[in-house]
Design a protein around this ligand. Structure first.
Ligand code: PMP
Length: 423
Protein backbone atom coordinates (compact mmCIF):
# COMPACT_ATOMS: atom_id res chain seq x y z
CA UNK A 1 0.00 0.00 0.00
CA UNK A 2 1.66 3.15 -1.26
CA UNK A 3 0.08 5.43 1.37
CA UNK A 4 1.63 3.41 4.17
CA UNK A 5 5.07 4.13 2.72
CA UNK A 6 4.67 7.86 2.05
CA UNK A 7 5.51 10.29 4.85
CA UNK A 8 4.04 13.79 4.87
CA UNK A 9 6.58 16.40 3.70
CA UNK A 10 8.29 18.08 6.67
CA UNK A 11 11.13 20.58 7.06
CA UNK A 12 14.62 19.39 7.93
CA UNK A 13 14.68 16.34 5.68
CA UNK A 14 17.63 17.76 3.74
CA UNK A 15 19.75 18.50 6.81
CA UNK A 16 23.04 16.62 6.92
CA UNK A 17 25.20 16.11 10.00
CA UNK A 18 28.85 15.07 10.40
CA UNK A 19 29.72 11.62 11.72
CA UNK A 20 32.67 10.91 14.03
CA UNK A 21 33.61 8.09 11.69
CA UNK A 22 34.03 10.63 8.86
CA UNK A 23 31.72 11.99 6.21
CA UNK A 24 28.18 13.09 6.77
CA UNK A 25 24.71 11.65 6.66
CA UNK A 26 21.16 12.95 6.45
CA UNK A 27 19.79 13.65 9.90
CA UNK A 28 17.26 11.11 11.19
CA UNK A 29 15.00 13.06 13.55
CA UNK A 30 13.60 10.39 15.85
CA UNK A 31 12.64 12.65 18.73
CA UNK A 32 9.15 13.73 17.64
CA UNK A 33 7.88 13.34 21.21
CA UNK A 34 10.09 16.27 22.27
CA UNK A 35 9.35 18.45 19.21
CA UNK A 36 8.17 17.37 15.77
CA UNK A 37 9.46 19.07 12.62
CA UNK A 38 7.15 21.58 10.94
CA UNK A 39 4.99 20.20 8.18
CA UNK A 40 5.98 21.74 4.85
CA UNK A 41 2.34 22.77 4.47
CA UNK A 42 2.45 24.64 7.80
CA UNK A 43 5.64 26.40 6.79
CA UNK A 44 4.17 27.36 3.41
CA UNK A 45 1.01 28.74 5.04
CA UNK A 46 3.03 30.72 7.59
CA UNK A 47 5.36 32.08 4.89
CA UNK A 48 2.38 33.11 2.73
CA UNK A 49 0.79 34.97 5.63
CA UNK A 50 3.94 36.55 7.15
CA UNK A 51 4.09 39.62 4.82
CA UNK A 52 0.53 40.47 5.84
CA UNK A 53 1.16 40.16 9.58
CA UNK A 54 -0.63 42.72 11.70
CA UNK A 55 -1.69 43.09 15.32
CA UNK A 56 -4.72 41.08 16.38
CA UNK A 57 -7.78 42.85 17.87
CA UNK A 58 -5.80 46.09 17.99
CA UNK A 59 -6.00 47.93 14.71
CA UNK A 60 -8.44 49.42 12.25
CA UNK A 61 -6.17 48.89 9.26
CA UNK A 62 -6.59 46.21 6.64
CA UNK A 63 -3.72 43.99 7.84
CA UNK A 64 -4.96 44.16 11.41
CA UNK A 65 -8.40 43.08 10.25
CA UNK A 66 -6.87 40.28 8.21
CA UNK A 67 -4.81 39.02 11.16
CA UNK A 68 -7.80 39.20 13.48
CA UNK A 69 -9.84 37.14 11.01
CA UNK A 70 -7.06 34.56 10.66
CA UNK A 71 -6.68 34.33 14.43
CA UNK A 72 -10.40 33.87 15.07
CA UNK A 73 -10.73 31.43 12.16
CA UNK A 74 -7.80 29.46 13.63
CA UNK A 75 -9.85 29.15 16.81
CA UNK A 76 -12.77 27.73 14.80
CA UNK A 77 -10.51 25.29 12.95
CA UNK A 78 -9.05 24.02 16.24
CA UNK A 79 -12.57 23.69 17.71
CA UNK A 80 -13.57 21.55 14.72
CA UNK A 81 -10.36 19.51 14.90
CA UNK A 82 -11.08 18.72 18.57
CA UNK A 83 -14.81 18.11 18.14
CA UNK A 84 -15.67 20.91 20.56
CA UNK A 85 -19.22 21.39 21.80
CA UNK A 86 -20.95 24.69 20.90
CA UNK A 87 -20.36 26.26 24.32
CA UNK A 88 -16.69 25.21 24.59
CA UNK A 89 -13.89 27.77 24.48
CA UNK A 90 -10.61 27.43 22.63
CA UNK A 91 -7.89 29.40 24.35
CA UNK A 92 -4.52 29.90 22.69
CA UNK A 93 -1.67 29.43 25.13
CA UNK A 94 2.07 28.90 24.79
CA UNK A 95 2.10 25.11 25.27
CA UNK A 96 0.57 22.16 27.09
CA UNK A 97 2.42 23.19 30.25
CA UNK A 98 0.93 26.66 29.95
CA UNK A 99 -2.57 25.28 29.26
CA UNK A 100 -2.55 23.01 32.31
CA UNK A 101 -1.17 25.76 34.56
CA UNK A 102 -3.94 28.05 33.30
CA UNK A 103 -6.57 25.46 34.18
CA UNK A 104 -4.92 24.85 37.56
CA UNK A 105 -5.35 28.57 38.33
CA UNK A 106 -9.00 28.46 37.23
CA UNK A 107 -10.28 25.51 39.28
CA UNK A 108 -12.55 26.39 42.22
CA UNK A 109 -10.77 26.99 45.53
CA UNK A 110 -12.20 23.83 47.10
CA UNK A 111 -11.52 21.60 44.09
CA UNK A 112 -10.02 18.17 44.71
CA UNK A 113 -7.58 16.93 42.05
CA UNK A 114 -6.81 13.32 41.14
CA UNK A 115 -3.74 12.52 39.09
CA UNK A 116 -1.72 9.37 38.42
CA UNK A 117 1.91 9.47 39.53
CA UNK A 118 2.80 8.34 36.01
CA UNK A 119 1.98 11.71 34.44
CA UNK A 120 4.42 13.99 32.67
CA UNK A 121 5.51 16.73 35.07
CA UNK A 122 3.37 19.22 33.11
CA UNK A 123 0.25 17.36 34.19
CA UNK A 124 1.59 16.12 37.53
CA UNK A 125 2.82 19.36 39.06
CA UNK A 126 0.49 22.33 38.33
CA UNK A 127 -2.03 21.25 41.00
CA UNK A 128 0.20 21.69 44.04
CA UNK A 129 -2.01 24.45 45.50
CA UNK A 130 -5.11 22.20 45.45
CA UNK A 131 -5.96 19.10 47.51
CA UNK A 132 -4.28 16.54 45.27
CA UNK A 133 -4.55 12.76 45.46
CA UNK A 134 -1.69 11.06 43.63
CA UNK A 135 -2.70 7.65 42.33
CA UNK A 136 -0.27 4.73 42.11
CA UNK A 137 0.90 3.52 38.71
CA UNK A 138 -1.59 0.99 37.31
CA UNK A 139 -0.28 -2.07 35.45
CA UNK A 140 -3.28 -2.47 33.12
CA UNK A 141 -5.75 0.01 31.61
CA UNK A 142 -8.52 -1.73 33.60
CA UNK A 143 -6.53 -1.17 36.80
CA UNK A 144 -6.23 2.51 35.93
CA UNK A 145 -10.03 2.84 35.80
CA UNK A 146 -10.49 0.82 39.00
CA UNK A 147 -7.85 2.85 40.83
CA UNK A 148 -9.57 6.08 39.83
CA UNK A 149 -13.02 4.75 40.74
CA UNK A 150 -11.79 3.70 44.19
CA UNK A 151 -10.21 7.09 44.80
CA UNK A 152 -13.32 8.97 43.70
CA UNK A 153 -15.76 6.75 45.59
CA UNK A 154 -14.97 8.30 48.94
CA UNK A 155 -15.40 11.93 47.93
CA UNK A 156 -18.32 14.29 48.34
CA UNK A 157 -19.95 14.01 44.87
CA UNK A 158 -21.31 17.55 45.12
CA UNK A 159 -17.92 19.23 45.68
CA UNK A 160 -15.80 20.19 42.66
CA UNK A 161 -13.18 17.68 41.53
CA UNK A 162 -10.89 17.33 38.56
CA UNK A 163 -9.07 14.33 37.12
CA UNK A 164 -6.03 15.03 34.96
CA UNK A 165 -4.83 12.26 32.69
CA UNK A 166 -2.58 11.83 29.69
CA UNK A 167 -3.93 10.31 26.47
CA UNK A 168 -0.65 8.73 25.36
CA UNK A 169 2.45 8.42 27.52
CA UNK A 170 5.49 10.45 26.50
CA UNK A 171 7.66 7.62 27.87
CA UNK A 172 6.05 4.36 26.73
CA UNK A 173 3.74 5.71 24.02
CA UNK A 174 0.98 3.59 25.55
CA UNK A 175 -2.62 4.74 25.12
CA UNK A 176 -4.60 5.38 28.30
CA UNK A 177 -8.29 4.38 28.56
CA UNK A 178 -9.49 7.99 28.33
CA UNK A 179 -13.13 7.29 27.54
CA UNK A 180 -13.45 4.90 30.51
CA UNK A 181 -11.62 7.27 32.85
CA UNK A 182 -13.90 10.12 31.74
CA UNK A 183 -16.97 7.96 32.42
CA UNK A 184 -15.63 7.09 35.88
CA UNK A 185 -14.89 10.76 36.63
CA UNK A 186 -18.33 11.91 35.54
CA UNK A 187 -20.10 9.10 37.40
CA UNK A 188 -18.56 10.52 40.57
CA UNK A 189 -19.31 14.16 39.78
CA UNK A 190 -15.73 14.99 38.79
CA UNK A 191 -14.49 16.67 35.63
CA UNK A 192 -11.56 15.53 33.52
CA UNK A 193 -8.82 17.25 31.55
CA UNK A 194 -6.92 15.33 28.89
CA UNK A 195 -3.22 16.00 28.37
CA UNK A 196 -3.17 15.32 24.64
CA UNK A 197 0.40 16.55 24.04
CA UNK A 198 1.40 13.10 22.75
CA UNK A 199 -2.01 11.89 21.63
CA UNK A 200 -3.14 14.70 19.31
CA UNK A 201 -0.18 14.38 16.88
CA UNK A 202 -0.80 10.65 16.41
CA UNK A 203 -4.50 10.04 16.82
CA UNK A 204 -7.82 11.73 16.19
CA UNK A 205 -8.92 13.42 19.41
CA UNK A 206 -12.59 14.24 19.81
CA UNK A 207 -13.75 15.98 22.93
CA UNK A 208 -17.37 14.89 22.50
CA UNK A 209 -16.54 11.30 21.64
CA UNK A 210 -14.13 10.93 24.57
CA UNK A 211 -16.50 12.99 26.73
CA UNK A 212 -13.70 14.94 28.39
CA UNK A 213 -14.17 18.43 29.79
CA UNK A 214 -10.88 19.92 28.56
CA UNK A 215 -8.04 19.07 26.21
CA UNK A 216 -4.54 20.55 26.23
CA UNK A 217 -1.88 20.18 23.54
CA UNK A 218 1.21 21.90 22.10
CA UNK A 219 1.77 23.19 18.56
CA UNK A 220 5.43 22.18 18.48
CA UNK A 221 4.53 18.50 18.89
CA UNK A 222 1.76 18.83 16.29
CA UNK A 223 4.08 19.89 13.44
CA UNK A 224 3.48 23.61 14.13
CA UNK A 225 6.53 24.83 16.10
CA UNK A 226 5.67 28.52 16.33
CA UNK A 227 5.16 29.02 20.04
CA UNK A 228 1.48 28.28 20.59
CA UNK A 229 -0.55 25.68 22.44
CA UNK A 230 -4.24 25.14 23.16
CA UNK A 231 -6.59 24.68 26.07
CA UNK A 232 -10.08 23.80 24.86
CA UNK A 233 -13.21 22.88 26.73
CA UNK A 234 -15.83 24.01 29.19
CA UNK A 235 -16.08 27.73 29.74
CA UNK A 236 -17.70 28.03 33.20
CA UNK A 237 -14.69 27.62 35.53
CA UNK A 238 -12.55 29.65 33.16
CA UNK A 239 -15.07 32.49 32.99
CA UNK A 240 -15.36 32.58 36.77
CA UNK A 241 -11.60 32.59 37.39
CA UNK A 242 -9.27 35.54 37.66
CA UNK A 243 -7.52 36.16 34.32
CA UNK A 244 -4.36 34.09 33.90
CA UNK A 245 -2.45 37.26 33.04
CA UNK A 246 -3.70 40.75 33.82
CA UNK A 247 -3.43 43.16 30.92
CA UNK A 248 -4.83 44.51 27.69
CA UNK A 249 -7.07 42.26 25.65
CA UNK A 250 -8.37 40.47 28.75
CA UNK A 251 -10.06 43.62 30.10
CA UNK A 252 -13.34 44.90 28.67
CA UNK A 253 -13.56 48.12 30.69
CA UNK A 254 -11.12 49.79 33.07
CA UNK A 255 -12.07 52.86 35.12
CA UNK A 256 -10.69 54.92 37.99
CA UNK A 257 -12.65 54.37 41.18
CA UNK A 258 -13.67 57.18 43.46
CA UNK A 259 -11.25 55.92 46.11
CA UNK A 260 -8.43 56.44 43.62
CA UNK A 261 -8.01 52.80 42.65
CA UNK A 262 -8.76 51.10 39.35
CA UNK A 263 -11.83 48.93 38.62
CA UNK A 264 -11.68 46.26 35.91
CA UNK A 265 -14.37 44.31 34.10
CA UNK A 266 -12.80 41.28 32.48
CA UNK A 267 -13.96 39.57 29.32
CA UNK A 268 -15.75 36.26 29.72
CA UNK A 269 -14.67 34.92 26.34
CA UNK A 270 -11.36 33.18 25.60
CA UNK A 271 -9.79 36.68 25.57
CA UNK A 272 -10.03 36.70 29.39
CA UNK A 273 -7.02 34.37 29.49
CA UNK A 274 -5.17 35.68 26.44
CA UNK A 275 -3.95 39.04 27.76
CA UNK A 276 -1.27 40.82 25.75
CA UNK A 277 -0.78 40.69 21.99
CA UNK A 278 -1.54 37.12 20.99
CA UNK A 279 0.78 34.95 18.92
CA UNK A 280 -1.22 35.00 15.71
CA UNK A 281 1.42 33.12 13.70
CA UNK A 282 1.52 30.36 16.32
CA UNK A 283 -2.27 30.03 16.30
CA UNK A 284 -2.43 30.16 12.50
CA UNK A 285 0.27 27.48 12.28
CA UNK A 286 -1.66 25.16 14.62
CA UNK A 287 -4.80 25.61 12.53
CA UNK A 288 -2.82 24.85 9.38
CA UNK A 289 -1.46 21.64 10.97
CA UNK A 290 -4.98 20.61 12.06
CA UNK A 291 -6.20 21.01 8.48
CA UNK A 292 -3.20 19.19 7.00
CA UNK A 293 -3.61 16.19 9.32
CA UNK A 294 -7.35 16.01 8.71
CA UNK A 295 -6.84 16.19 4.94
CA UNK A 296 -4.12 13.51 5.03
CA UNK A 297 -6.70 11.32 6.78
CA UNK A 298 -6.32 9.74 10.20
CA UNK A 299 -6.79 6.21 8.88
CA UNK A 300 -3.78 6.65 6.64
CA UNK A 301 -1.68 8.42 9.28
CA UNK A 302 -2.42 5.83 11.94
CA UNK A 303 -1.80 2.90 9.54
CA UNK A 304 1.53 4.39 8.53
CA UNK A 305 2.61 4.96 12.10
CA UNK A 306 1.62 1.44 13.14
CA UNK A 307 3.71 0.16 10.24
CA UNK A 308 6.74 2.08 11.61
CA UNK A 309 6.06 0.91 15.19
CA UNK A 310 5.96 -2.70 14.00
CA UNK A 311 9.34 -2.26 12.28
CA UNK A 312 10.89 -0.84 15.44
CA UNK A 313 9.32 -3.47 17.71
CA UNK A 314 10.42 -6.34 15.47
CA UNK A 315 13.92 -4.90 15.09
CA UNK A 316 14.42 -4.35 18.82
CA UNK A 317 13.02 -7.80 19.64
CA UNK A 318 15.99 -9.29 17.78
CA UNK A 319 18.45 -7.70 20.21
CA UNK A 320 18.40 -9.68 23.47
CA UNK A 321 20.08 -6.88 25.45
CA UNK A 322 17.22 -4.47 24.73
CA UNK A 323 14.37 -4.11 27.22
CA UNK A 324 11.41 -2.04 26.00
CA UNK A 325 9.65 -0.21 28.82
CA UNK A 326 5.94 -0.67 29.28
CA UNK A 327 3.33 -0.29 32.00
CA UNK A 328 0.50 -2.13 30.28
CA UNK A 329 2.43 -4.98 28.66
CA UNK A 330 4.14 -5.56 25.33
CA UNK A 331 0.97 -5.81 23.27
CA UNK A 332 -0.65 -2.62 24.61
CA UNK A 333 -1.72 -0.19 21.87
CA UNK A 334 0.70 2.68 21.55
CA UNK A 335 1.65 5.67 19.44
CA UNK A 336 5.08 6.11 17.84
CA UNK A 337 6.90 6.68 21.12
CA UNK A 338 8.97 3.94 22.70
CA UNK A 339 11.59 3.87 25.47
CA UNK A 340 14.10 1.17 26.21
CA UNK A 341 17.30 0.32 28.02
CA UNK A 342 20.21 -1.72 26.73
CA UNK A 343 21.86 -4.09 29.15
CA UNK A 344 25.51 -3.25 29.65
CA UNK A 345 25.09 0.24 28.25
CA UNK A 346 24.74 3.62 29.85
CA UNK A 347 21.67 5.11 28.11
CA UNK A 348 23.30 8.52 27.64
CA UNK A 349 26.34 6.96 25.97
CA UNK A 350 24.07 4.86 23.81
CA UNK A 351 22.07 7.89 22.64
CA UNK A 352 25.29 9.83 22.06
CA UNK A 353 26.62 6.98 19.91
CA UNK A 354 23.42 6.90 17.83
CA UNK A 355 23.96 10.58 17.12
CA UNK A 356 27.72 10.59 16.57
CA UNK A 357 28.02 7.37 14.57
CA UNK A 358 24.68 7.21 12.74
CA UNK A 359 23.26 10.74 12.61
CA UNK A 360 20.18 9.65 14.58
CA UNK A 361 18.58 12.06 17.05
CA UNK A 362 16.84 10.32 19.97
CA UNK A 363 16.46 11.39 23.59
CA UNK A 364 17.91 9.89 26.74
CA UNK A 365 17.00 10.70 30.33
CA UNK A 366 13.92 10.64 32.50
CA UNK A 367 11.65 12.48 30.06
CA UNK A 368 10.13 14.86 32.66
CA UNK A 369 8.23 11.90 34.13
CA UNK A 370 10.53 10.89 37.00
CA UNK A 371 8.09 8.77 39.04
CA UNK A 372 7.00 6.82 35.93
CA UNK A 373 10.54 6.13 34.70
CA UNK A 374 11.56 5.12 38.22
CA UNK A 375 8.65 2.62 38.31
CA UNK A 376 9.53 1.27 34.87
CA UNK A 377 13.22 0.85 35.65
CA UNK A 378 12.59 -0.41 39.17
CA UNK A 379 15.28 1.96 40.37
CA UNK A 380 15.86 3.17 43.88
CA UNK A 381 14.47 6.71 44.29
CA UNK A 382 17.59 7.73 46.22
CA UNK A 383 19.97 6.86 43.39
CA UNK A 384 17.67 8.21 40.70
CA UNK A 385 19.27 11.13 38.99
CA UNK A 386 17.80 14.48 38.19
CA UNK A 387 16.30 15.46 34.86
CA UNK A 388 19.21 15.08 32.49
CA UNK A 389 21.58 12.20 32.15
CA UNK A 390 22.66 10.49 35.35
CA UNK A 391 25.55 8.05 35.06
CA UNK A 392 25.14 4.39 36.00
CA UNK A 393 28.28 2.74 37.35
CA UNK A 394 29.55 -0.08 35.07
CA UNK A 395 27.43 -3.20 35.51
CA UNK A 396 24.71 -1.37 37.41
CA UNK A 397 21.05 -0.95 36.52
CA UNK A 398 20.24 1.89 34.14
CA UNK A 399 19.20 5.10 35.85
CA UNK A 400 17.69 6.51 32.72
CA UNK A 401 16.37 5.30 29.39
CA UNK A 402 16.56 5.94 25.65
CA UNK A 403 13.46 7.15 23.79
CA UNK A 404 12.80 6.85 20.07
CA UNK A 405 9.76 8.65 18.66
CA UNK A 406 8.43 9.38 15.21
CA UNK A 407 5.35 10.45 13.31
CA UNK A 408 3.77 11.63 10.09
CA UNK A 409 7.01 12.90 8.54
CA UNK A 410 9.21 9.88 9.31
CA UNK A 411 10.47 7.90 6.31
CA UNK A 412 11.02 4.14 6.65
CA UNK A 413 14.75 4.67 6.15
CA UNK A 414 15.03 6.52 9.49
CA UNK A 415 13.57 3.70 11.56
CA UNK A 416 15.49 1.11 9.52
CA UNK A 417 18.74 2.97 10.19
CA UNK A 418 17.84 3.15 13.88
CA UNK A 419 17.13 -0.58 14.14
CA UNK A 420 20.37 -1.44 12.32
CA UNK A 421 22.34 0.92 14.55
CA UNK A 422 20.94 -0.70 17.69
CA UNK A 423 21.75 -4.14 16.30
N1 PMP B 1 2.49 16.37 28.49
C1 PMP B 1 3.12 15.42 27.82
C2 PMP B 1 2.54 14.03 27.80
C3 PMP B 1 4.30 15.72 27.14
O1 PMP B 1 4.95 14.76 26.47
C4 PMP B 1 4.81 17.04 27.18
C5 PMP B 1 6.10 17.43 26.47
N2 PMP B 1 7.12 16.51 26.57
C6 PMP B 1 4.10 17.99 27.89
C7 PMP B 1 2.94 17.63 28.53
C8 PMP B 1 4.56 19.41 27.97
O2 PMP B 1 4.52 19.99 26.72
P1 PMP B 1 5.21 21.41 26.49
O3 PMP B 1 6.65 21.22 26.82
O4 PMP B 1 4.97 21.70 25.06
O5 PMP B 1 4.53 22.35 27.41
Amino acid sequence: DQSVCTPLPVLGRDVTVPLVTGGEVSYAALDYAASAPALQRVWDDVAAYAPYYGSVHRGAGYLSQLSTDLFENARKTVAEFLGCRPADQVIFTRSTTDSLNLLARAIPADCEVFVFETEHHASLLPWQDARVTYLDAPRTPRQAVETLERALAGRDPYGPALVCVTGASNVTGELWPVRELAAAAHAHGARIVLDAAQLAPHHPVDLRDLDVDWIAFSGHKLYAPFGSGVLAGRADWLQAAEPYLAGGGASRRVTRRQDGGVAVEWHETAARHEAGSPNVIGAYAIASACKALTEAGWDTLVAREQHLIAKVREGLAEVPEVRVLSLFGDDAPRVGVLSFVVEGWNSSHFAAALSAEYGIGVRDGLFCAHPLVRTLLGSDPQTQGECGAPEAAPGEKSLNAIRVSFGAGTPDEHVERFVNAVR
